[in-house]
Ligand binder design. Structure first.
Ligand code: SF4
Length: 504
């Protein structure tokens, strides 16, 4: 018997190789932080949506080992349908091995409507139509009349006023005509999928735009394992689409890229940086330094120097009055202060509490910690500047000082993005982590991997909202981990500054 699920079907439609690799080579699947965060957010939003139409029953059931008890779920679904329940959540069906669970199955006359809940803000994603057409196919084969199909997405314009209004938080979009059109091909796709999944031979599928859309594929590392490293896909600032177009023309290795020239001779700064990336990799050169450029940048800085970095959270379900879903909310900052060249580094920091809106306390501490006339250094400053402007908007009484801090921010990314300093080990990435590793390859104190608990912004973002649910000792440890992570970010800025000074 051919067993398939909704997620496998969607995978198959993205690329036939994905479900095959998941079955035969699951060890090659690499879940990145972004994917993991999407799963967590999806569950939170899905749970919330169950109450969208008032009273509901949920069929989710687990076995003793913690896995889903699909048989029990199907049995409960049958029972609730027979009882004529209006809203059945996670309603589960199986047609000859084709399994699916409907987020909300809603009674409509003699039939039902399907509501598929997505944590995303956009109902336009074509994968959602593929997803719901599979559901409708399975339900109809199981004898359920499906009248209409809807997508439930998050309305990011919704402003939380203290009481979550599900009708305003969610946006419901009917997609029945699109689903009916897509339904025409489901049978054929399933036949093709059955063949692929039954074969031990890996499907011969080359790289395509599916490798990057709708999300970067978790098997990309596996599927590019035989390409020269580095390859066209690692070129600085080149979109996946453009890299793929070159790849399809046989421009794959850095030698190819250099010979072809199109990705390099763009007449723009990015093209120049790519040329340097390629030449330094091929010729095994070490560090490029434009002393005049670095000197010009450093001459714009004045003591005391404030090295500054925010951490933010983006809550799918807003918790603080006046905020919107997925709004960037600053919850933490770190500040290293150097009063004069060779002076002792001072450190200040702030970490809010998830139980209350941290923005007011953070803004007050910020203006207490940073005078309005000092030079502040951030990395990729547009993020910090935007957050400070947002704070100034929310707190007009603090806005004058906040806006002055924002005006005084200089960007430590500039010398790298302008090509004044390049090291082959940066590999075409100017993220603070890549730059730091390239500048200080042998300093464990600057290695984010040697931190305990929190190693990157995504982990910090995920941990902060959970602080309130942790037992006191675990919370204390988690808060220390967050503080250490953010402190390393600004210490890293100081070390980058030091390195630039030293090359002069
Ligand atoms: S990386 Fe591309 S080719 Fe490989 S499985 Fe994913 S989508 Fe398919």
């Amino acid at each position: 018997m051919f067993y398939f699920s909704k997620s496998k079907y969607c995978d198959f439609r993205q690329c036939p190789k994905i479900p095959w690799l998941k079955k035969y080579k699951p060890e090659e699947y690499v879940v990145d932080e972004a994917t993991q965060a999407r799963f967590t957010t999806g569950n939170e939003v899905g749970d919330l949506a169950m109450g969208l139409f008032g009273e509901f029953v949920e069929v989710t059931s687990y076995k003793e080992d913690g896995s889903l008890d699909l048989n029990r779920m199907k049995e409960l679904t049958r029972q609730y349908i027979a009882e004529g329940r209006d809203n059945v959540c996670e309603a589960s069906f199986d047609y000859q091995g084709l399994y699916c669970a409907v987020d909300i199955l809603r009674k409509n006359g003699n039939g039902y409507d399907i509501y598929e809940v997505k944590s995303s803000a956009s109902p336009e994603n074509p994968v959602y139509i593929i997803d719901t057409s599979y559901q409708k196919y399975v339900l109809e084969r199981c004898g359920v009349t499906v009248n209409r199909v809807f997508l439930v997405t998050v309305d990011t314009s919704y402003v939380f006023d203290g009481v979550l209004d599900l009708q305003k938080y969610f946006r419901v979009t009917e997609v029945t005509p699109l689903v009916d059109e897509e339904m025409k091909g489901v049978e054929e796709h399933l036949r093709a999928a059955e063949k692929v999944m039954a074969s031990y031979k890996e499907p011969a599928v080359d790289l395509s735009c599916s490798c990057d859309k709708p999300y970067p594929c978790a098997f990309f590392g596996y599927c590019t394992r035989d390409l020269p490293a580095p390859s066209v896909f690692g070129l600085y600032g080149l979109s996946f689409k453009k890299a793929l177009a070159l790849y399809e023309e046989g421009v794959v290795s850095f030698e190819d890229v250099l010979g072809d020239g199109r990705a390099l001779d763009t007449g723009k700064q990015q093209g120049n940086l790519r040329r340097r990336q390629v030449e330094y990799a091929l010729e095994e050169l070490g560090t490029y330094v434009d002393k005049a450029g670095i000197a010009a940048f450093l001459s714009t800085l004045t003591f005391p120097l404030y090295f500054f970095d925010f951490e933010t959270v983006q809550l799918a379900v807003p918790r603080y009055v006046g905020t919107k879903p997925y709004q960037q909310i600053p919850v933490q900052y770190s500040l290293h202060i150097l009063r004069n060249e060779g002076g002792t580094l001072e450190h200040r920091e702030f970490l809010g509490r998830p139980e209350e809106d941290p923005r007011r306390a953070l803004a007050e501490r910020l203006i207490a910690d940073i005078p309005d006339d000092v030079c502040v250094l951030a990395y990729n400053k547009s993020f910090e500047c935007t957050r400070i402007r947002e704070l100034a908007n929310v707190f007009p009484d603090l806005s004058e000082h906040l806006l002055k801090i924002q005006e005084n921010i200089k960007d430590l990314l500039d010398p790298f993005q302008k090509g004044y300093y390049y090291n082959r080990d940066m590999g075409g990435s100017f993220s603070i982590k890549s730059v730091l590793t390239a500048l200080y390859p042998d300093e464990p104190e600057l290695n984010y991997h040697s931190l305990e608990g929190v190693h990157n912004g995504s982990e910090a973002m995920a941990l902060f909202p959970r602080l309130k649910d942790l037992p006191a000792d675990e919370r204390k440890k988690a808060e220390e981990d967050l503080l250490k992570y953010c402190a390393l970010d600004t210490y890293a800025l100081f070390k980058v500054y030091e390195k630039l000074r030293s090359v002069l």
